[in-house]
Design a protein around this ligand. Structure first.
Ligand code: CO
Ligand code: CO
Ligand code: CO
Length: 298
């Protein structure tokens, strides 16, 4: 029912709308329980990005059994179950295999509340663009791997990676969002482009309104960024019109791949109050304008 650039497959089975997705990642933190919880969140997120509710999940685990004890895999699984339980879903099976490095993720099945799923198509001229998490996870986890920060230094990023997109997704549905996606491996630029292309519009983003976590800009200035950020920038720069005062480091920050990132939502200005209830974080970072599938960075 949906196409390329969307966050999950959508299948109509009788009266039900089924949402299916799979995501597998390598460790982004040192603690196995936390990694399992983060990876599960990352996988669940694609169901939320489509406006659905997760129902069941299968675990997919690559594991170097000669290098680590099975207690590590048990901790990863416990972490995953904690996230799945918070999402109100159930782990009902899975598959593991011997691998040269640890890999973990979920295949998640969800349902849409009604027939209406949120996709990357449908963003309307004049809509506001909302981002529900600050950026910088790729840069901070790279700093951790390089030994430039410790587990304490990455705690803000970990808290965000452990934040489910359930409330953000519910707000997007309540607001009657015209388009929605989650920010993951392609960074803000890449995922914003999916909406721009999918909807046949331009997205105008104001750099000064884009939220970043602490120290992200300092690390970017020192050239600390994951390979994916550089690759994303190479790929998406030709599709983006950057204002002349936006620096190379700032471009890298916008292209930084996120693990378990927030939602990017296109919503009518008069429906934004749906996001103002409770403790939900959001920032208005720009607006949808007439165009042909490009990003304009002001
Ligand atoms: Co996604
Ligand atoms: Co995905
Ligand atoms: Co079997």
């Amino acid at each position: 029912m949906v196409g390329l650039g969307d966050d999950a497959g959508v299948y109509k089975l009788g009266n039900n709308t089924i949402i299916e997705t799979v995501d597998v990642i390598t460790p982004v933190v040192n603690d196995p329980f936390t990694f399992g919880a983060i990876s599960a969140n990352n996988s669940l997120s694609d169901v939320y990005a489509m406006g659905g509710k997760p129902v069941s999940a299968l675990a997919v685990a690559g594991f170097p059994i000669c290098q680590y004890g099975t207690d590590v895999l048990v901790e990863i699984m416990k972490g995953a179950v904690s996230s799945i339980t918070k999402a109100g879903a159930f782990l009902i099976g899975g598959h593991s295999f011997d691998d040269s490095e640890i890999k973990f993720g979920l295949s998640v099945t969800g349902i849409a509340d009604n027939d209406r799923v949120l996709t990357v198509r449908g963003a309307q001229e004049g809509d506001l663009l909302l981002l529900t998490q600050p950026l910088g996870i790729g840069i901070l986890t790279t700093a951790l791997k390089a030994g430039k920060i410790d587990d304490e230094g990455i705690s803000e990023a970990v808290d965000w990676m452990l934040t489910l997109n359930d409330k953000a997704s519910a707000a997007a549905c309540t607001a009657g969002a015209s388009a929605c996606t989650d920010i993951t491996g392609f960074g803000l630029l890449g995922h914003a482009l999916n909406i721009a292309k999918g909807s046949g519009v331009d997205l105008e983003i104001d750099f000064t309104e884009v939220p970043f976590m602490d120290a992200v800009s300092d690390f970017a200035k020192k050239g600390v960024a994951p390979g994916g950020a550089f690759a994303n920038l190479t790929f998406f720069e030709p599709l983006t019109d950057f204002a002349s005062d936006i620096t190379y480091e700032e471009k890298l920050m916008l292209a930084d791949p996120q693990t378990s990132g927030g939602l990017l939502v296109s919503v009518k200005e008069d429906r934004i109050s749906a996001f103002e209830n409770g403790s939900l974080f959001y920032r208005v970072i720009g607006r949808v304008v007439k165009g042909s599938g490009r990003i304009v960075l002001k």
